[in-house]
Design a protein around this ligand. Structure first.
Ligand SMILES: Cc1cc2nc3c(=O)[nH]c(=O)nc-3n(C[C@H](O)[C@H](O)[C@H](O)COP(=O)(O)O)c2cc1C
Length: 208
């Protein structure tokens, strides 16, 4: 299979834990896949604007009837969708904010989820995912606390279920999560959690 990677980061922080982990993983993945093209965006530093009235009207207008202004309004969203469609592999690096996604990631997602683009709709059967189900996604995320399965905090985690739900809705179901939790614990514990995530990513890089 010819691989191609879309690499997206969503932390607004310059010294980001999630972006740093992801960059290290990308370097390791590149060594194993030296010819694979990589498209990269730092949407944490340069976020996409979310849908406003003009965007929604343009999106609701049938494609062939859109004015040039409406096509321009949707251009960034069209580009984000075509990059997602083209990639066989997607790495998404994000912090947890208030148990969910930072707004920068939500804004990106709001630009992707479009009828007749990433999902279809059949009045008889309901929504139909339109993205290639063979696409692989790796989500590298960072949080202050630990949300491991079996931990009481797990019930508060709205980030990983939401990402699974919304990308699954579009057809991306092969999603693996690597979390670097406990960033606000003692230096020693935070370091242990980061090392565990680094090892998991280093082990995955040659074969993912
Ligand atoms: C606005 C804001 C909200 C946050 N909310 C949570 C939260 O709900 N749960 C959590 O565990 N950590 C939370 N954190 C902590 C970050 O997830 C944590 O510091 C993470 O390591 C940041 O990732 P980054 O270094 O990639 O930006 C929050 C941080 C900020 C700035």
């Amino acid at each position: 299979m010819t691989k191609s990677l879309l690499f997206l980061t969503f932390s607004p922080r310059s010294a980001s834990n999630s972006s740093g982990l992801a960059r290290k993983f990308i370097d390791q993945w590149k060594s194993a896949n030296p010819d694979a093209p990589i498209v990269e965006h730092d949407f944490g530093q340069t976020p996409m604007a979310g849908p406003d009235q003009a965007w929604i009207e343009a999106n609701m207008t049938p494609k062939e009837q859109r004015s040039s202004a409406q096509r321009a309004t949707l251009a960034a969203s069209d580009k984000a969708i075509s990059e997602l469609r083209a990639a066989t592999h997607v790495v998404l690096a994000t912090p947890m904010f208030n148990f969910s996604t930072p707004w920068q990631l939500k804004s990106y997602i709001d630009n992707l989820v479009r009828n007749n683009e990433t999902f279809g709709f059949d009045p008889e059967t309901g929504p139909i995912p339109l993205l290639d189900q063979k696409k692989k996604m790796k989500v590298i995320w960072s949080s202050a606390f630990d949300y491991a399965v079996g931990n009481d905090m797990k019930a508060l985690d709205q980030l990983t279920p939401y990402i699974s739900t919304i990308f699954g809705f579009m057809g991306v179901t092969d999603i693996s999560f690597v979390g670097s939790g406990n960033a606000w614990a003692s230096t020693e514990v935070a370091h242990q959690f980061r090392s565990k995530a680094e090892n998991e990513l280093a082990n995955a890089a040659p074969t993912w």
